[in-house]
Design a protein around this ligand. Structure first.
Ligand code: 6PG
Length: 472
């Protein structure tokens, strides 16, 4: 019986596209899906050069993959992954490798690594970013886990991933569930940038009264310069898309209620859990939540009435300011996400190479941007950088743009245009760069009512005071 180099379980669009991408690079691939229709689609869509085979029975699929088997799961995160593992593990041989390429929660991956290790099987969590198109033509791939198992997959992963120059957008992300963790934080940053872009859009359309054609031009110009990125690029294109049901632009017909699958929320929960401040990501998560309360928002907008918006005096300079503010707030969002990875790497002993993280995010993934080149240089100079805001070259960019961020955040506040992400990025920057925060007072309060103690600026040790009440 003919043997195939790789196996892919789950032949939905993502699974099928990833399978074709592997097959395009001269690897033979077996695919499995319970749905006969999907298996048929796999065969129908394959080119004559591809060596692919689809199965609807796990036995047939497993026996078609060469040993040690390298099987990639492309099924929804959560219970479906456990269901597949339960069915497939009895059919596998010691040393086989199962790679979960979905957005799985890292703790689930830890549990599965242990479960499969007890059966002499390798389990790996691997983040894949780039959507359907990326899976087919070159995603950014974030694998983690057993290093030896990774080495067996590495040539294929490097072949199928996106390239920047001739550098592959994939690298080993660290031990255990590091691959899933890095992808989770990637998505947290994705949430923040999407929120910031939406706020810039709101400021331009409601503040400067730009229409969709003008917004298209602004985003086009932004994308041609230092703000070049996937998310700016697709935003530019969105402003051109006409509705098929009416004469309007589609963006104006889309209901303002955001969905979410959970990776942003996990990022925020994790940051709280291990003590890292990522307010712009938190705000992005909570802004999606507030958007869902459409009926209440309508009620409240009537009660408090629409705020008067004063248009900026000079539209050109306002657009420039909003662009610079977006650029800097985006940079600060990456800084928060990367700081979370630094802490998580220590906390969970992932040993995440930050330099490789930013290197492989430069292409293929949703948060790819030219800005990542600057972070790559920063980590190349200092792989142990705890926060990219501490890098000298980054500080030059920040100083150049900070006035625009302040003006944009103030304009939004004064005109009642919600810009929580933009303002949180500024607030984070101000807090992070302030030597003396007012929490001396907060510590005094804690000690006053709860004897929680405090430390002093002039002596070592822990102190408590019997605070005097004026009413005594
Ligand atoms: C990617 C995306 C992908 C997915 C998000 C969407 O990197 O390719 O991040 O993983 O589009 O999970 O997340 P929400 O549905 O939560 O916005």
């Amino acid at each position: 019986m003919e043997k195939y180099n790789y196996g892919v379980i789950g032949l939905g669009v993502m699974g099928r596209n990833l399978l074709y991408n592997i097959a395009d690079h001269n690897f033979s691939v077996a695919g499995f899906d319970l749905d006969e229709e999907k298996v048929k689609e796999l065969h129908d869509g394959a080119t004559s050069e591809m060596k692919v085979k689809g199965s609807t029975t796990l036995e047939d699929f497993v026996s078609a993959v060469e040993i040690p088997r390298k099987i990639i799961l492309m099924v929804p995160a959560g219970k479906p992954v456990d269901a597949v593992l339960e069915n497939i593990t009895p059919l596998l041989s010691p040393g086989d490798i199962v790679v979960d390429a979905g957005n799985s929660y890292f703790e689930d991956t830890n549990r599965r690594i242990a479960d499969l290790a007890a059966k002499n099987l390798h389990f790996m969590g691997m983040g894949v970013s780039g959507g359907e198109k990326g899976a087919r033509t070159g995603p950014s791939i974030m694998p983690g886990g057993d290093l030896e198992a990774f080495r067996l997959l590495q040539p294929m992963l490097e072949a199928i991933s996106a390239k920047v120059g001739n550098e592959a957008c994939t690298a080993y992300m660290g031990k255990g569930s590091a691959g899933n963790y890095v992808k989770m934080v990637h998505n947290g940053i994705e949430y923040a940038i999407m929120q910031l872009i939406s706020e810039a859009y709101d400021l331009l359309r409601r503040g400067a009264n730009l229409n969709n054609d003008q917004l298209y031009e602004v985003f086009k110009e932004w994308n041609n310069g230092e703000m070049n990125s996937f998310l700016i690029e697709i935003t530019r294109d969105i402003f051109q898309q006409k509705d098929t049901l009416t004469d309007a632009y589609l963006v104006d017909k889309i209901l303002d209620k955001a969905g979410a699958k959970g990776t942003g929320k996990w990022t925020s929960e994790q940051a709280m859990e291990i003590g890292v401040s990522i307010p712009t990501i938190d705000i992005a998560v909570t802004s999606r939540i507030i958007s869902a309360y459409k009926d209440e928002r309508i009620q409240a907008s009537k009660l408090y009435s629409e705020k008067e918006i004063t248009s900026p005096e000079n539209t050109e300079s306002f657009i420039k300011e909003v662009g610079d503010a977006l650029y800097l707030a985006t940079l600060i969002s990456y800084a928060q996400g990367l700081a979370l990875l630094v802490k998580a790497s220590k906390e969970y002993d992932f040993q995440i190479p930050l330099q490789d993280v930013v290197k492989i995010w430069r292409g293929g993934c949703i948060i790819r941007s030219v800005l990542l080149e600057k972070f790559y240089s920063a980590y190349t100079k200092n792989p142990d950088l705890s926060n990219i805001l501490l890098d000298q070259d980054i500080s030059v960019i920040v100083k150049e743009k900070i006035a625009s961020l302040r003006k944009t955040a103030s304009y939004a506040a004064l005109n009642g245009i919600p810009a929580l992400g933009t303002q949180s990025a500024l607030g984070y920057f101000d807090a992070y760069t302030t030597e003396s925060l007012p929490v001396n007072l907060l510590q005094a309060q804690r000690d006053y009512f709860g004897a929680h103690t405090y430390q002093r600026v002039d002596q070592e040790g822990t102190f408590h005071t019997s605070w005097q009440s004026a009413n005594n």
